[in-house]
Write a protein that binds this ligand. Structure first.
Ligand code: GDP
Ligand code: ZN
Length: 322
C-alpha cells in the first residue's frame, strides 16, 4: 500500500528540498541580488534587480534585516523566496526598542537630511546630535531649511543655517512654494536618504512633495505612530521619481542619538577634528583639564562657544555605551 504523506510530512520534505537548494547555492553563484524594501514581522519584502517585489523569509542564521539592506536571495519551490545572505552594510541607523535594546531600523543610508524651519524654533543642539549620529555612521548630511515662506518671521533661523553652511554642510532652502523640491531631488541623485528633524518642521509635507504617488501610505504610517499603536512601525524604502531612494518611518523621522562613546561625539564636530589628539593629556575630558587643545581653540575663536557648549551637553546627556 503506497504510503500517504500527511500535510506536515510533505511540508517537511519541501522544506528539506529548500534546504538542499540553499546549500547548493551557498557559493552564491545562483543567488540573486535583492534590496530589502521593508520588513513586516517575519516577512521581508525584497525587490529584485528588475524592480519586481517578492515576499521572502530569511534564513534563521541571518541577523535582522531592515529596509535598505542589500541581500542575496533565491526563489523557493513553495513560492516566494528566501534570503540567504546579507551584503555588508555601508551604514545603519539604530533605535532602542521597548526594552532598551538597540535595533537596526534602516541600512545603507548615504545622506541624512536634517530638517529645520522658522517654526517651531530650531534647537542647535538637536541639529548637532544628528550631525554626530551621521558622522558616526559615515552618512553625509544636508540641512533642509523648510517653510521658507516663514523666514521673515524668524531671521535668526537663516543665520543659524548659515553657521552650518560655514562649517561645510550643504543648506537647502525649500517649502510649500517649491512643490518639486528640485534641489533635494538634485542631491538625492542615486543615493539613499532619510529625513529627520523635530516634530512640526514639515517633514511629512516635504515627503509628500518628494513622493506625490505615495501620500496615502505615508499618511497611514504617521497616523499609526500618532496613535501609538505601533511603536515599531516598519521603515519602508521608496524610490524617488527621478532617482534616489528615501527610507521612511515615523521612528526614523524622530530619530535621535542614543548611545555613543564620548570620543565618538567629538568626531561628529567637524571643526574639532584638527584639534583632537592634541590635548596635553590623552584622556582629556575637555573641561577643566590643563592644556586642552579644544578649549584653546575656543579661546582663539577657532571653535564657536555655542558649538563647544553643545558638544558638552551631548556628552552629558548620553547614556553610557552598552
Ligand atoms: P512634521 O511633524 O515634521 O512631519 O511636520 P508636518 O509635515 O506635519 O507639518 C507641520 C505643520 O507645518 C503643518 O501644519 C503643515 O501644514 C505646516 N507646513 C508644512 N510645510 C510648510 C511650509 O512650507 N510653509 C508653511 N507655512 N507651513 C508648512
Ligand atoms: Zn581637551
Amino acid at each position: 500500500m503506497p504510503r500517504r504523506l500527511t500535510q506536515q510530512q510533505s511540508r517537511r520534505i519541501a522544506a528539506r528540498q529548500d534546504d538542499a537548494l540553499r546549500d547548493t547555492y551557498d557559493d552564491n553563484t545562483n543567488t540573486q541580488q535583492g534590496l530589502v524594501i521593508a520588513r513586516y514581522g517575519r516577512k521581508i519584502l525584497v525587490e529584485d534587480e528588475a524592480g519586481q517585489r517578492h515576499s521572502c523569509h530569511q534564513r534563521a542564521n541571518l541577523p535582522a534585516l531592515v529596509a535598505g539592506d542589500e541581500v542575496r536571495w533565491i526563489t523557493e519551490y513553495t513560492g516566494g523566496g528566501v534570503v540567504v545572505a546579507r551584503n555588508p552594510r555601508r551604514s545603519v541607523l539604530q533605535r532602542p526598542d521597548a526594552r532598551g535594546q538597540l535595533r537596526p531600523v534602516a541600512a545603507n543610508i548615504d545622506l541624512m537630511l536634517v530638517v529645520i524651519a522658522p517654526q517651531p524654533e530650531p534647537h542647535a543642539n538637536l541639529i548637532d546630535r544628528y550631525l554626530v549620529a551621521a558622522a558616526h555612521e559615515n552618512i553625509d548630511v544636508a540641512l533642509i531649511l523648510n517653510k521658507a515662506d516663514l523666514l521673515d518671521h524668524n531671521p535668526k533661523v537663516s543665520a543659524l543655517a548659515e553657521s552650518y553652511r560655514d562649517l561645510g554642510y550643504p543648506v537647502i532652502c525649500t517649502g510649500r512654494d517649491d512643490p518639486e523640491a528640485a534641489a533635494i531631488r538634485f542631491v538625492a541623485e542615486c543615493r539613499t536618504l532619510v529625513l529627520v528633524g523635530q516634530s512640526g518642521v514639515g517633514k511629512s509635507s516635504l515627503i509628500q512633495r518628494l513622493l506625490p504617488q505615495q501620500d496615502i501610505r505615508i499618511g497611514e504610517l504617521s497616523e499609526a505612530a500618532d496613535k501609538g499603536r505601533h511603536t515599531t512601525t516598519a521603515a519602508e524604502l521608496f524610490h524617488l521619481p527621478g532617482g534616489g531612494r528615501l527610507i521612511d518611518s515615523p521612528g526614523i523621522r524622530e530619530f535621535h542619538l542614543h548611545h555613543m562613546p564620548a570620543d565618538g561625539v567629538a568626531q561628529g564636530f567637524s571643526e574639532f577634528l584638527p584639534y583632537l589628539g592634541r590635548c596635553r593629556f590623552r584622556d582629556c575630558r575637555h573641561r577643566e583639564d590643563a592644556g586642552c587643545a579644544l578649549r584653546e581653540a575656543v579661546d582663539k575663536g577657532n571653535i564657536s562657544p555655542s558649538r563647544f557648549a553643545s558638544y558638552l551637553a551631548i556628552v552629558d546627556s548620553l547614556e553610557p555605551a552598552l
